[in-house]
Design a protein around this ligand. Sequence first.
Ligand SMILES: Nc1ncnc2c1ncn2[C@@H]1O[C@H](COP(=O)(O)OP(=O)(O)OP(=O)(O)O)[C@@H](O)[C@H]1O
Ligand SMILES: [Mg+2]
Length: 409
Amino acid sequence: MRDFRSIAECDVRLEPLTILAGFNAAGKSNFLDAIRFVRDALVLSPSRAVAKRGSLGSLLRKAESTGGEASSFLIGLDLSFGPGQGEATYEIQIGRNPESKRSVLVVAESLQLTVQEVHAQYSVGQVGGAREREVRGDGLPGARLDPDELLLPIVGRLSPYDTLLRALASMRFYDLDTDVLRELDDTRVSQTQLGERGEHLGQILGLLSDRHSEVKESVDGWLRWLIPSLLGVDRRMQGDYATIQARFWSGDPVVPFWEAVNSGDVHAGDPSVQVFQREQLSEGTVRGAGVLAALNQPDALTGGISLVAIEEPELAIHPAKVSGLLAAMEEASQWTQVIATTQSSDLLSAEEIEPSSLRIVEMVDGVSRIGELSDKMLLALRKNPSYLADYHRHGQLRPADDAHGENRE
Ligand SMILES: Nc1ncnc2c1ncn2[C@@H]1O[C@H](COP(=O)(O)OP(=O)(O)OP(=O)(O)O)[C@@H](O)[C@H]1O
Ligand SMILES: [Mg+2]
C-alpha cells in the first residue's frame, strides 16, 4: 500500500489468522479499510467506494510535516488460491481526475494471474489525458473504460479472471453493532451472509441449524464456553421476520449441567430451559453470537467467503473468556482467512496465540508503520510466551525496524 489514509508505505504478509494490535489511532482500521476499499471498488465502483468513505480527500494521505496531500494512493494484493491452485497479484492506483478535481480517476490497474496453469495479465494505464487509457494484456479486446472504471469487474465473468474477482469480491469486514445484531430483520429474502454490522444474525443461525447442524452445535458450544449456563442462541420468527432468542439453563445447579448438555438431554421444552428474547439478552451474549456467526456462516464454511476481518471481536466479553474467541478464530481459519484487530491483552495471553501471527501497528510522526515483531522479541517470547500480554499491556510491542512506513517527504 502507498499513501492510503495514514499509511505512507507498507508491505505486510498475512497469515491464515492474523491479529492486528497497536495503540488507538495507530492505523489498524485504516489497514483493513484499504483492503476493503479494493472490495468496494470492484463490487460498487471506485467512485462509489470513495463516496462511501466521504471524499477522496479523506483517503489520500495528508503529510503532517508539509500539510500537503498525496496525489494518489495505491493498494496491491497478492493472493494464493491454495496449494497448487494458483496465485494472483492485483493492484489499483486511485487519484483525482485532473479534468474535474472532484471526480475519481483510476490512475492504474494491473493484474497477473495464474489459475490451474492458465496465465493472464493486463495493465491499464494513462496515456496523455484521463480519457485516453490504454489496456495492455493477453487477448483482451480494446476495451473502452471510463476514467473511474476498473477492468476486472468487466472481464471477471470470464475464466480465469472470475476466480480472482470472486475471491476479492467475497471478502467480508465486520464491525459488529449490538443494536443491529438484535434488530428485527425485515428482509424476507433468505440471507446467506451475515451483514457487516451484524444484520441477519437470526437468519444465519437458523440456516446453520437447518443445513449445518453440527456447526450450529459447535457455535453453541463456543457460546456455552463464553457464558456459563447459555445453551445456545437461535433464530426466532416473529411473523415473517427473523430475529434471535437464547436458551439458558435455569435448572438445579447441583445437576451436572455439562453432562446433561453433552449427552443431549437438554431440550427447549425442558422446564429447566428458559428462553429469553432479543431485548433481554446481554451485550456479551449478542456480540459473542455475532462473532461466531461471522466465522461460521454457511458461505464461509463452503469457501464462498475468502476473508473474514473482525474489528475488536473481544468487545463486551469477559477477560477470562476472551481466549475462547481466539480459539474459535483459529478453528475458522481452516475454512476462511481471518484477520482481527484487538486492544485486548487477554486475547494475547491466550495459550493458542502464535506471536508470529501478530502484526503491530504504530503511528510515528503521523505515519503508520505495520510489521511483524522483531526477531529479537520473537526469540524472547519463545522462551517466555507469557510475556506477550505484559508487553502489550505496557505498550511495549513494536513492529520490527525493517517494517516499511518511512515518511517519504
Ligand atoms: N488521509 C489521512 N492522512 C493521514 N492520516 C490519516 C488520514 N486519515 C486518517 N488518518 C489517521 O489515522 C488515524 C485513525 O487510524 P485508525 O482508525 O486506523 O486507528 P486504529 O488503529 O484502528 O485505532 P482504534 O484502536 O482506536 O480503533 C487518525 O487519527 C489519523 O491520525
Ligand atoms: Mg480501529
